[in-house]
Design a protein around this ligand. Structure first.
Ligand code: UTP
Length: 291
């Protein structure tokens, strides 16, 4: 029987050290991109892709995310009393976005470990993984594109983007061959973590979107801690590759690494320029800067 992708796991248990001191108290996932916390972009992408159940992996000091996707009684009552209908809709809309469950990752033991924390809630069905740091601007939501590939190919799908030059060394890189029928799809044969430019098996860098079969949970349970004492998701997927087909997919759209200061600045400029309420004024402001 064909299985539908209904659940999305959002690993958000990391410490966000690249964004200190902003992330000393505030979870990285709650940093605002224009006026929305970055995790909300990912949740909206999931909902627009047909996901019914969002599972957020949280950690110590990350309670703000739970409050964000819940009703805020005092705020809503005050907005109602003041007749601020538009803002009330915004506030209530966030709480109504999706069915959200939370699992605490007691120690930040790595991305693979964070995904494994969702095992019971996901159960025996394929699921999406969305890294909230990676904010993707796309006409068709990225995870929707990937679910379509999953449905067509029947194997796990990893989102990739083409990276030229030495920047490839910051990523996990896909080995494999392009699908003759669809150049966006790669038949994956392996993965190399952060290779030197000369050792990179392709220009396809793995980014923060995955559609995975549930077998990966059992394989992650058997995965020993790798680099930095962390359980790596890529190690689990490498084990999956020995048993099942895995595909790379060069998504259509633009990705921003909002967990990084420079990436957040780029995203802020581009998202603000696209906003009908802010774009024209912001464009004029930028034009006036002596650069
Ligand atoms: P990152 O390495 O980008 O996030 O992990 P980080 O550790 O929070 O940030 P820096 O590098 O210190 O600035 C990628 C994703 O995996 C999650 C993070 O929250 C992020 O969304 N993650 C990472 C976990 O949920 N648990 C972990 O143990 C590690």
């Amino acid at each position: 029987m064909k299985q539908v992708v209904r659940k999305a796991v959002f690993p958000a248990g990391g410490l966000g050290t690249r964004f200190l001191p902003a992330t000393k108290v505030i979870p990285k996932e709650m940093l605002a991109l224009v006026d929305k916390p970055i995790i909300q972009y990912g949740v909206e992408e999931a909902v627009a892709s047909g996901i019914e159940h969002v599972i957020i992996i949280t950690g110590r000091g990350k309670g703000a995310m739970e409050d964000h996707f819940d009703h805020s009684f005092e705020l809503d009552a005050t907005l109602e009393r003041r007749g601020k209908k538009d803002l009330l809709e915004v506030s209530r809309g966030v709480a109504a976005l999706a069915r959200v469950s939370y699992v605490r990752q007691k120690d930040p033991l790595g991305l693979g470990h964070a995904v494994l924390c969702a095992k019971e809630l996901v159960g025996n069905e394929p699921f999406a993984v969305i890294l909230p740091d990676d904010v993707i601007d796309a006409e068709v939501p990225c995870i929707k594109q990937m679910i379509e590939v999953f449905n067509e190919k029947g194997g796990s799908v990893l989102a990739t983007q083409t990276v030229e030059g030495p920047a490839i060394s910051a990523y996990g890189v896909l080995a494999g061959s392009q699908d003759p029928a669809n150049p966006r799809i790669y038949n994956c044969t392996g993965m190399v973590e952060k290779p030197k430019l000369d050792d990179a098996p392709s220009k396809q860098a793995i980014i923060g979107r995955y559609v995975l079969t549930p077998r990966v949970f059992e394989l992650l349970e058997q995965t020993q801690p790798g680099a930095g004492g962390e359980i790596q998701l890529t190690d689990g997927i490498r084990a999956l590759l020995k048993e099942e087909k895995v595909f790379g997919y060069t998504f259509e759209g633009k990705r921003f690494d909002a967990g990084d200061k420079f990436g957040m600045l780029q995203a802020t400029v581009e998202f603000a320029l696209k906003r009908p309420d802010l774009g024209p004024q912001f464009r004029e402001y930028l034009k006036g800067l002596k650069l």
